[in-house]
Ligand binder design. Structure first.
Ligand SMILES: *[C@@H]1O[C@H](CO)[C@@H](O)[C@H](O)[C@H]1NC(C)=O
Ligand SMILES: *[C@@H]1O[C@H](CO)[C@@H](O)[C@H](O)[C@H]1NC(C)=O
Ligand SMILES: *[C@@H]1O[C@H](CO)[C@@H](O)[C@H](O)[C@H]1NC(C)=O
Ligand SMILES: *[C@@H]1O[C@H](CO)[C@@H](O)[C@H](O)[C@H]1NC(C)=O
Length: 384
């Protein structure tokens, strides 16, 4: 065994011990494991959806008081510099049509919803940073206007994930709909809160398919009911669950929670459906396969981390529906994800975010999912 391999094994062991100890000692969010995963995420070159997803993970780790899982996320409680740094770049790189994080390469991103993934972080600026209030407000309003009024709609009224054609991507549920809900919560606009729920429902109607372990979401459908990617992609299901969970939590934290009990229950059961189908498909190394059906089946630590975060968060929101079989599965996944973190803080093995049929070396979204997992685990541990 080479000395570098011995060194590497010691490093992995230390990271694992740190992560286990952190759970017993209180917050895992200041652990060296979290810092290394975060370092690799912030060092990554980012496209629009990666910028927004990174901002979402940073809210949960650095300013959890502003995550939709906190008690009063839509009230000012001090200046959240870390997420606002990511939001600031997203707003400075906004295109004139309103899409955030677009001015990169040739600014010809064909996605209609991806830019809105930074929308909640930009919105946070409107009520926490008076020195730039008008700037944040203009950026948030332009992004909202784009998804509500400029992005094309499918025949059911769903906001298309693409600008140039009418398509449903499971990814869009995380990218666009939590921002619509957050805007509704911040401005006490019941219509927008309902719209966020309705969009989740329309996407589920278009994408839900029977699978070997129960119904799950296909990745991409056209408006005419045929599929561009009919496979049950783990990351697509993870995006859908992450997005619906944030919409659910936002409805709960809004001033209209009492009028949305049916919608909150729907979202909860649709999240449960995804956890049931994906957790029943775990590989022997306790990871969700890249595709549950219709694609490669290598274990994917990225979607696994995201889905485990959803299980811990759901167990905090409703410990009766999401009992020990969910948190036990999440803990097995967490151990498997932690084991795969290397000396750069990079999570593996995982899917290439630019080619869903092969393993990748680095995934910004995967790093963000790792942070979401640690934050969710931390929140769940505090209830135990
Ligand atoms: C809610 O938001 C929509 C979309 O921006 C807007 O048209 C409507 O006037 C708002 N309603 C209220 C009550 O503010
Ligand atoms: C459905 O729409 C897609 C994308 O526009 C197109 O390629 C495909 O041929 C259409 N299929 C049918 C059966 O209409
Ligand atoms: C958890 O248990 C419930 C009730 O027995 C079952 O319906 C569900 O499929 C289980 N889910 C997981 C992830 O094991
Ligand atoms: C995506 O990955 C698959 C499997 O490795 C490969 O066959 C295919 O050529 C890749 N596609 C692109 C566009 O790189």
């Amino acid at each position: 065994m080479s000395s570098s391999l011995v060194h590497r094994l010691l490093q992995v062991t230390c990271l694992t011990i740190v992560s286990l100890v952190a759970g017993a000692n209180g917050s895992s969010l200041n652990s060296s494991l979290a810092n290394e995963i975060k370092g690799a995420m912030l060092a990554s070159i980012r496209t629009s959806w990666e910028q927004g997803t990174a901002a979402g993970a940073i809210i949960e780790t650095d300013n959890p008081e502003y995550s939709v899982f906190a008690s009063s996320p839509f009230k000012s409680q001090g200046f959240p510099a870390s997420p606002l740094r990511l939001a600031f770049s997203a707003a400075v790189r906004q295109t004139s049509d309103g899409r955030l994080s677009q001015q990169i390469n040739d600014a010809l991103d064909g996605a209609a919803l991806d830019g809105a993934s930074a929308g909640s972080a930009v919105l946070l600026g409107t009520y926490t940073d008076p020195s730039r209030q008008a700037f944040w407000q203009q950026a948030a309003d332009a992004q909202l206007n784009f998804i509500l009024n400029i992005a094309p709609r499918t025949s059911t009224g769903a906001i298309s994930h693409r600008t140039d054609s009418l398509q449903y991507w499971a990814d869009g549920v995380y990218m666009g709909f939590p921002f619509i809900a957050a805007y509704g919560a911040v401005t006490s606009n019941q219509t927008l809160l309902m719209e966020a729920y309705t969009q989740c429902k329309l996407y589920r109607n278009a994408l839900l398919q029977p699978g070997p372990t129960g119904p799950l979401w296909a990745h991409i459908a056209f408006d005419n009911g045929t599929f561009s990617d009919p496979g049950l992609w783990a990351t697509g299901n993870a995006w859908a669950a992450l997005g619906m969970l944030r919409v659910q939590a936002t409805l709960l934290k809004s001033s209209y929670a009492h009028s949305f009990s049916l919608e909150i229950n729907d979202l909860k059961s649709w999240i449960k459906e995804i956890l049931d189908g994906t957790f029943a498909a775990l590989t022997s190394e306790n990871l969700v396969p890249d595709y549950i059906k219709g694609g490669p089946t290598f274990g994917d630590a990225a979607s696994s981390a995201a889905l485990a975060s959803v299980a811990y968060r759901s167990a905090v929101l409703d410990p009766v529906v999401f009992g020990a079989n969910y948190t036990n599965a999440a803990s097995k996944i967490r151990a498997a994800v932690t084991k795969g973190v290397d000396n750069l803080g990079v999570i593996s093995p995982l899917v290439d975010p630019l080619n869903w049929s092969q393993e990748g070396k680095l995934s910004t979204e995967g790093q963000a999912f790792g942070l979401m997992l640690l934050a969710a685990w931390d929140a769940w541990m505090q209830t135990q």
